[in-house]
Ligand binder design. Structure first.
Ligand SMILES: Nc1ncnc2c1ncn2[C@@H]1O[C@H](COP(=O)(O)OP(=O)(O)OP(=O)(O)O)[C@@H](O)[C@H]1O
Length: 641
């Protein structure tokens, strides 16, 4: 077994639907395989005990010919399984191969094959099967082929759409650019990535095949030499009043087999798709709290956002990862806070925690958040007022987001103008079309996109223009606070600079408050008055921008600032840090940066550093913060040398 298959089986048997469905399926398969060696009465043997109800002699009773129903159900399982496996395998093989070819090569090949799929889909399934059975007679292999012939276009269309999406992925293009032949790319990169939904669909196909065979047997068109649950149900319904057990037993067996196959399909899909697994599957019901009593009205001095001891944990299997581990800060109205730190330190998790848009495997375990003086999160729970979560009422209208990758954040099949129109109409249902168009034009002018590009689709815009469109979308409802998560990461230096300049300009004009999440110290220095440095889930230093650049007090901030190349002076060797495992660093005793800190002492390794207040809004979690902050620029150069 390949490692992927082993992992899939392991993950499947860890979920209760997986265990349940596999137990039923294995039970039915074992019974079907063991039927010849079990000392069961011959399923075709007729006796004088007609219509016997279930008893210790006849576990499931006897039928109108005195045949033992338990024995017939067990033998019938063989037919059901043969039809399910045979028809589904044949259907998937034919369908996936033709679908992969159509999707991968496109052009006239796709056109021709797609028309063939459509024609087969148009033929009524039962009619085609009846035709085949009428022409060639009723036999089990023919039934299997007939079912496969009517179901393969389903797999073909699924595989075609998978391949169409996958072939534009960068890793597929990279493999082709590296000189790999087409067949290798299809086998190595396309099929393994696109097979999960086909396998899931295969289990549904198996259920359909069993039901179709049962239907054919019910109509007397199945193989008369074999015991089939369908024919048993058919006979049973004619004697329903006299002997209801004749149809109940095969009916229940059929139901259990088809339901288990469908349940198994869901479990396999869940097991094969790491996103479904690690994002926590279905949304959990989160507890909420009522607004606190005595909340006064906000004044000009009330911070737009106050965060106290916020904690967010992810659950992955049995592990808990504290991605945000006790974060506190306060953002004044119209202020700009930059949150910097290396990849994985928890910046995006903090952003999603503030907006309550975390994945399902994330949980806020503690902390309070106040927006404009009103609590939106208390003790880690969302505050609900009048049946609606307060944060729901604030998202986009008062707190907007600029996402990291505009190409992924904008809907690719809708024009930019349409997306802005939708946002306006959703939040301001009464707005007229003319007013909405005026507002869109106004925002386009404001951020420097020519009005002629309003009806462009995202892919028709350049990277910089797309990011501007994303900013326009965030501003369309005139929010007060914008959370920008790496808004310039994928752009070249010149465009980065333009976009940051525009954000700064908009802030001034609209009195916007800003939280800028970035790993780029330069970007943050240009746009924010205060900088918070995050490391392994905590803000380890926060200070006014000038101050943190002149006198960084945390060794980690010093390293980040030291990594900024200087355009003047001699070339200096850049320092590098060992990789950080957020979960391990958070669980370590003492300072979480001690493992990578060149100045770490025993005190650092044993005792968690307190938050040292260095005055002027400068707070740092380092035992030696005062010493480091006091160092002059010359000292720092010396340390680096
Ligand atoms: N859905 C998730 N399930 C489990 N762990 C997650 C999930 N999302 C993030 N993490 C973990 O949480 C930690 C913080 O991740 P986060 O994405 O917030 O970091 P980041 O600083 O924003 O990184 P980047 O700058 O690369 O976006 C990391 O250890 C990451 O592996």
């Amino acid at each position: 077994m390949t490692p992927t298959l082993v992992k899939t089986v392991r993950a499947t048997v860890r979920s209760w639907p997986g265990v349940l469905s596999l137990t039923v399926l294995l039970g039915i398969t074992a019974a079907a395989l063991a039927a010849p060696i079990l000392s069961l009465p011959d399923p075709a043997d007729m006796a004088f005990d007609l219509y016997q109800p279930p008893s210790s002699s006849f576990w499931l009773g006897t039928d109108n010919f005195g045949r033992d129903i338990f024995s017939r159900v067990v033998w019938g399982a063989r037919v059901a399984l043969m039809v399910a496996i045979g028809a589904a395998l044949l259907s998937i093989l034919i369908g996936s191969a033709l679908g992969a070819v159509a999707g991968y090569f496109g052009g006239w090949i796709d056109g021709l094959l797609s028309r063939i799929f459509d024609i087969f889909l148009l033929i009524p399934t039962f009619f085609l099967i009846l035709l085949i059975v009428a022409l060639f007679g009723a036999s089990l292999p023919l039934t299997i082929i007939a079912i496969a012939l009517t179901t393969w276009p389903r797999s073909a269309r699924l595989m075609r759409s998978q391949v169409l999406t996958l072939k534009s992925r960068v890793y597929v293009q990279a493999a082709l650019a590296a000189g790999a032949p087409h067949w290798w790319v299809i086998v190595r990169h396309v099929i393994p990535n696109g097979i999960a939904p086909i396998i899931t669909d295969g289990t549904i196909l198996m259920g359909m095949a069993i039901l179709t065979e049962a239907g054919l047997s019910f109509l007397g068109l199945g193989d008369q030499n074999m015991v089939s649950w369908g024919s048993m149900i058919f006979e049973g319904q004619r004697h329903l009043r006299l002997a209801p057990w004749m149809s109940i037993a095969p009916g229940v067996a059929l139901l259990m087999l088809v339901a288990s196959l469908n349940l198994l399909g869901d479990s396999v899909n869940f097991a094969m798709n790491p996103q479904l697994r690690t994002r926590g599957g279905a949304p959990k019901r989160r507890a909420s709290v009522a607004p606190p009593k005595g909340e006064g009205p906000a004044t000009e001095e009330t911070p737009i956002l106050q965060v106290e001891d916020l904690r967010l944990e992810y659950t992955v299997g049995n592990r808990r990862i504290a991605a945000v581990d006790g974060v506190s800060f306060s953002l004044p109205r119209g202020g700009a806070l930059g949150i910097v730190g290396e990849s994985g330190c928890g910046k995006s998790s903090l952003g999603s925690a503030l907006l309550q848009t975390m994945p399902n495997n994330a949980e806020l375990t503690a902390g309070n958040v106040r927006y404009d003086g009103r609590a939106i999160i208390l003790g880690g729970k969302p505050v609900v007022e009048g049946g609606r979560s307060r944060i729901d009422a604030l998202r986009w209208t008062r707190i907007a987001t600029i996402f990291q990758s505009a190409m992924n954040a904008l809907n690719p099949v809708t024009t930019v103008r349409r997306q802005m129109m939708d946002a306006l109409r959703l939040h301001r249902p009464g707005i007229s079309r003319a007013d909405a168009t005026d507002r869109i034009s106004e925002v386009f002018d404001m951020i420097g996109i020519p009005r002629s590009r309003m009806n462009a689709y995202p892919h028709q815009l350049s990277g910089g223009m797309r990011q501007r469109a994303m900013i326009a979308l965030s501003l369309i409802l005139e929010p007060e606070l914008v959370i920008a998560d790496e808004p310039t990461t994928a752009l070249d230096m010149l465009i980065q600079d333009q976009i940051l300049g525009e954000i700064a300009d908009l802030r001034e004009r609209l009195n916007l408050s800003l939280i800028l999440v970035s790993h780029d110290m330069g970007a943050v220095a240009e746009s924010c008055e205060v900088v918070a440095v995050m490391y392994a889930g905590r803000i380890v230093e926060i200070a006014p921008t000038r101050r943190i650049f002149d006198n960084p007090a945390h060794p980690y901030s010093r390293t980040l600032i030291g990594a900024l190349p200087s355009l003047t002076g001699p070339l200096e060797k850049l320092e590098s840090l060992p990789a950080t495992d957020t979960a391990a660093a958070a669980a370590a005793t003492g300072c979480r940066f001690a493992h990578a800190c060149l100045a770490a002492t025993d005190l650092c390794r044993k005792t968690t550093p307190p938050a040292m207040n260095l005055g002027g809004g400068h707070v740092c979690e380092c035992h030696y913060a005062e010493d480091f902050a006091a160092e002059t620029a010359a000292d720092k150069r010396e340390v680096r040398a």
